[in-house]
Design a protein around this ligand. Structure first.
Ligand SMILES: Nc1ncnc2c1ncn2[C@@H]1O[C@H](COP(=O)(O)OP(=O)(O)OP(=O)(O)O)[C@@H](O)[C@H]1O
Length: 373
């Protein structure tokens, strides 16, 4: 589970290859840029994470990749799903890819299921449509799918309505529905955000098993860095419509190279934390970025170059990172992940219990202003 960026699948062999994807939504005369040159790959059998704060463009990336673009939008770049060009595809071809190759699951299963339809009818309909099964075969296959996602009494659940199932059970139903078309790629958009931690762990273990048993490739969108680190092979960190860092999960957790990634790690609550840190400032949408690095207004280490010139992604210690400061002599986020500011009401950390911010800055020492050569 430690694929370094340089070892990722080449775009033409990847299950999902997003290259330099840009998206601008238009409303009348107003153009709102949402994504800027997003690149992301997911190889066969790989679990790739896409993490970032709310509004950073994670869902838009997934949706645009499978042709679910807002009505008035300019899209550029290249997207291939299992080798098929998505941006040049007809609506019919896009529907075919979404119903055969790339399935999606979402945060709120109740918003994506007909509350008046029994679970069995919902699943069997999909199986008949995607695989042309007879009514009886579809029912049998639906029961098998419900068993595969660990529901305890599949025959009974087939007769139930969505409101009779818990959120976790319903998310399993949605995973079963996503599997009905025997996809090669599963796009999971915050699939466990609405669930308790135990159920979240169960859903994640189902995804891991599906990868192992079916060779499924999975792109997991989540706010939860710990979750991403625990399940993903590689993680893409997104900020203001751009990917700011890509590394193997283990590497990212060990030594984040982008100050935004370090700040996200520092903002995690944990049993050994005496304070809660937030990432200072508010996240910007791409349409609010005025030039330079989008993170510069929140980055106390940012200098003139950061405010004036957008950083270009480059390899730093095996991480692909878009930061002028990363990897320079004397710059190193270290294992402490100390970026961020204590939340209101937070207390000072005890020695040895957490990272201490460098004097005069919210960021880890190595990202202190003035240390750049
Ligand atoms: N249909 C739309 N038309 C115009 N702008 C949109 C549309 N959907 C989303 N946006 C904007 O695109 C930006 C990215 O949204 P997106 O939902 O991709 O973020 P996200 O990272 O997935 O956030 P969250 O974690 O809250 O879902 C936001 O500024 C959002 O307001």
């Amino acid at each position: 589970m430690t694929t370094a960026p340089e070892k990722t699948a080449a775009p033409d062999t990847a299950m999902l290859a997003v290259e330099e994807l840009s998206l601008t939504v238009r409303r009348g005369e107003i153009a709102k840029p949402i994504l800027a040159s997003v690149s992301l790959t997911c190889a066969k059998g790989e679990i790739v994470g896409l993490v970032g704060e709310s509004g950073s463009g994670k869902s838009m990336t997934l949706r645009t990749a499978v042709g679910l673009t807002p009505a008035a939008a300019d899209v550029s770049g290249r997207v291939r799903v299992s080798g098929r060009d998505m941006l040049g595809a007809s609506p019919k071809e896009l529907t075919e890819v979404r119903s055969r190759t790339a399935s999606m699951i979402f945060q709120d299963p109740r918003a994506h299921i007909n509350p008046f339809q029994r679970i069995g009818t919902f699943l069997a309909e999909g199986l008949r449509m995607h695989q042309g099964k007879s009514k009886q075969d579809a029912a049998r296959a639906a029961i098998a799918l419900l068993a595969e996602v660990g529901l305890p009494d599949p025959a009974r659940h087939m007769r139930q309505y969505p409101h009779e199932l818990s959120g976790g059970m319903l998310q399993r139903v949605m995973i079963a529905a996503a599997l009905a078309s025997e996809p090669e790629l599963l796009l999971a958009d915050e699939p466990t955000t609405a669930l308790d931690v135990t159920t979240q762990a169960e859903i994640m273990s189902i995804l891991l098993r599906l990868r192992r048993e079916r060779g499924l490739s999975i792109v997991l969108v989540t706010h939860d860095l710990d979750l991403a680190v625990s399940i993903c092979d590689r993680i893409h960190v997104m900020y203001a419509g751009s990917i700011v860092e890509v590394a193997s999960a283990a590497e990212l957790a060990r030594r984040p190279q982008h100050p935004y990634t370090a700040a996200l790690f520092a903002a995690r609550p944990g049993p050994d934390r005496q304070e809660l840190r937030s990432v200072s400032g508010r996240p910007l949408g791409l349409y609010e970025v005025e030039g330079g690095c989008a993170f510069a207004p929140r980055c106390p280490a940012a200098d003139g170059l950061c405010h004036e010139t957008p950083p270009v992604a480059r390899l730093v210690d095996g991480h692909l990172v878009a930061c002028h400061l990363a990897g320079e002599p004397g710059t190193d986020t270290g294992p402490a992940h100390a970026a961020g500011t204590p939340s209101a009401g937070g207390t000072e950390p005890e020695a040895g219990t957490g990272p201490a911010p460098a004097a005069g800055t919210d960021l880890p020492g190595p990202f202190t202003k003035g240390e750049r050569p």
